[in-house]
Design a protein around this ligand. Structure first.
Ligand code: ATP
Ligand code: MG
Length: 426
């Protein structure tokens, strides 16, 4: 036997047992998007590397070390590490945000070459929303309310907290940057190598270090909020007011700067303490400069992305969602003619009762064997068709979960009977 080929480290299969939960999450998210009037976007998985370098920023974890980049006949391409860059690129390319508002969502796989661990993979899935052409605090609030609705819909609102910060305008950040660098220079010897390197290239990123020693030092660092002008303060206060009015709690976290370069004003994360170090299940914020940075006219924008694996791990860890067994009825048949007829009747039942899930026995065997398979499938009822039932124009129905006898009914009433038994409809 030859050596088996395995999946790539950090890239997971989603198995049939898990997919009902994925589907439930995806369907619910779609339904919520509908209720807010947002439309879906589907972008390619591969883009020019320069798109990500220009939008995410050169000195970020993602671009410095996490991208899957390859040469395609002289072009440098990358697997998308996130959705915003591609979404903005597509919206500009198709003229979707030129002098108009646009609210879109997307979902799909993202790729980052990171050290795989629980909640951190090399292929993972995001569900994201992006809004273009609206600069108000109201729309920032709507996005947060929308995420809050998602948690409530799944009954996990008690397991997540909202961390909120404002990064101010780029001018305010530039002023702050000088003060921060001056402070960091004074403490240079106590910083780790990563922070020392970032100190000049991207000093704000030093603020979100995970190094406890540096966090301690940063307690005395100058505060970005001391540099806020009137507009930044107004925007931030208005956002908080709307969240308060909706009863959405939050913690102001001044160390929250987010991993990507393009944010300004509002940034937020939803975090849980049930997933260890990978506790951020959703991150987002305002990025008014990005559209212009990518070559189009200045357009305000705000968005967020949920890490679906982490969201699903959280749902599983507290058993928040019960998913149903995928089969209702297992159709047993024996004898050439009866098997053929079972395939005809199963098709008719699927016409009549599209919501009922029917598994046909297509691998022969006696009834004992077939009932074993029926039991294993998780079906609630078995349909039974052998030559003698067929001769009477009947079909057997057997409850697989309660000790009971098989009941025979006329073939043309089976749909009605199943409806009664499974859907409680007379
Ligand atoms: P982290 O700080 O955990 O590395 P990030 O800031 O890099 O997260 P974003 O770029 O904001 O993450 O992506 C949005 C969300 O996507 C994250 O909050 C997280 O839920 C999810 N996510 C990011 N990277 C991964 C990954 N490698 N595996 C699984 N989920 C991820
Ligand atoms: Mg990361």
């Amino acid at each position: 036997m030859s050596v088996q080929i395995q999946s790539i480290t950090g890239m997971k299969d989603i198995l049939p047992e898990e997919s009902p939960l994925w589907q439930k999450v995806e369907n619910t998210l779609k339904q919520i998007m509908n209720s807010y009037g947002y439309a879906e976007m589907r972008m390619p998985v591969v883009e020019y590397t320069s798109l990500f370098v220009r939008s995410i920023g050169e000195v970020t974890d993602v671009v410095e070390k996490e991208m899957y980049t390859f040469d395609d006949n002289g072009d440098s391409l990358s697997l998308r590490p996130e959705g915003t860059a591609g979404c903005v690129r597509a919206c500009i390319e198709h003229g979707l945000i030129h002098n108009q508002e646009r609210r879109v969502w997307y979902t799909g796989p993202m790729f980052r070459h990171e050290k795989p661990q629980k909640g951190r993979y090399r292929e993972f899935h995001q569900f994201g929303v992006e809004i273009f052409g609206i600069s108000s605090a109201e729309i920032d609030a709507e996005l947060i309310l929308l995420t809050n609705r998602i948690w409530k819909k799944f009954g996990i609102e008690k397991n997540v907290t909202l961390q909120l910060n404002s990064l101010g305008s780029s001018e305010e950040r530039a002023q702050y940057r000088d003060a921060l660098v001056a402070f960091l220079e004074q403490h240079k010897d106590s910083l780790d190598e990563d922070c020392r390197r970032r100190m000049y290239t991207n000093p704000l990123r030093v603020l979100d270090t995970k190094n406890e020693k540096v966090i301690e030092i940063l307690k005395d660092a100058p505060k970005l909020s001391d540099y806020f002008g009137e507009e930044t303060s107004r925007h931030f206060n208005r956002l908080k007011e709307i969240l308060d009015a909706n009863g959405v709690g939050y913690e102001i976290n001044t160390r929250l700067v987010r991993g990507l370069d393009y944010y300004n004003y509002t940034v937020f994360e939803w975090v849980t303490d049930l997933l260890g170090a990978q506790g951020t299940i959703c991150g987002g914020g305002r990025y008014d400069g990005l559209v212009e940075q990518l070559g189009a006219q200045p357009t305000p924008a705000v968005g967020f992305a949920i890490g679906l694996e982490r969201f699903i791990l959280l749902l599983q860890s507290i058993e928040a969602v019960k998913t149903e067994n995928p089969v209702d009825v297992y159709f047993c048949a024996a004898g050439d003619e009866a098997i053929k007829q079972s395939m005809v009747i199963a098709e008719q039942l699927r016409d009549q009762l599209p919501e009922i899930r029917i598994l046909t026995n297509c691998s022969g065997g006696n009834f004992k064997k077939q009932f074993k398979r029926a039991d294993r499938s998780g079906a609630l009822f078995a349909l039974v068709l052998a030559d003698n039932e067929l001769a009477n124009n009947e079909i057997g129905i057997k409850n697989l979960r309660v000790e009971s006898e098989q009941v025979n009914v006329k073939i043309d009433t089976v749909a009605q009977e199943l409806k009664k038994l499974l859907l409680g409809v007379n």
